[in-house]
Design a protein around this ligand. Sequence first.
Ligand code: FES
Length: 183
Amino acid sequence: MSTSVSGPTTAARRFERVCEILERYAHDASKLIPVLQAVQNEYRYLPEEVLTLVATDLDVPPAHVFGVASFYAHFALTPKGKYVIRLCDGTACHVRNSVPILDALRKRLGLSAERATTPDMLFTVETVACLGACGLAPVMVINEQVHGQVTPEKAIALVDAITAKEMPHDCREPDGPGLHGDR
Ligand code: FES
């Protein structure tokens, strides 16, 4: 009888990461918020089953963990795209036309107020209150990268550049031998 040696299953790997995080914070319940922060950094959101594991490990009621996760707007309980676009709609950005940027992004990505993440999980588009860079208004952040004085055209160009970068390799100019331009 042969057995697979392909390593841990996806589910096991999923929990392996959170176990490492809990270990890093010494399974200390007083570190719940940093633990959740690290979990979100790892998974890009807070999966329900991972929160349950965190509650069990830290020996705190699951309702408390879910309560903390829901209280802070920073924490996400639903999956987000690989690239999270946060468009500022604070006062300075709003008066400098942040809304047309949002409209352009949503149109380009097929998103809406109700649907913030693309089906391929590449992009999430959100609006946020003041990002603290009003002098650069309108401001947009893609993951950790800040873009100032954004226009709808500039926002679309940024998204298109990411989309091109993320395109499957067999659709791009190859690294090795193979497809070469116009034939
Ligand atoms: S209002 Fe947009 S950065 Fe302050």
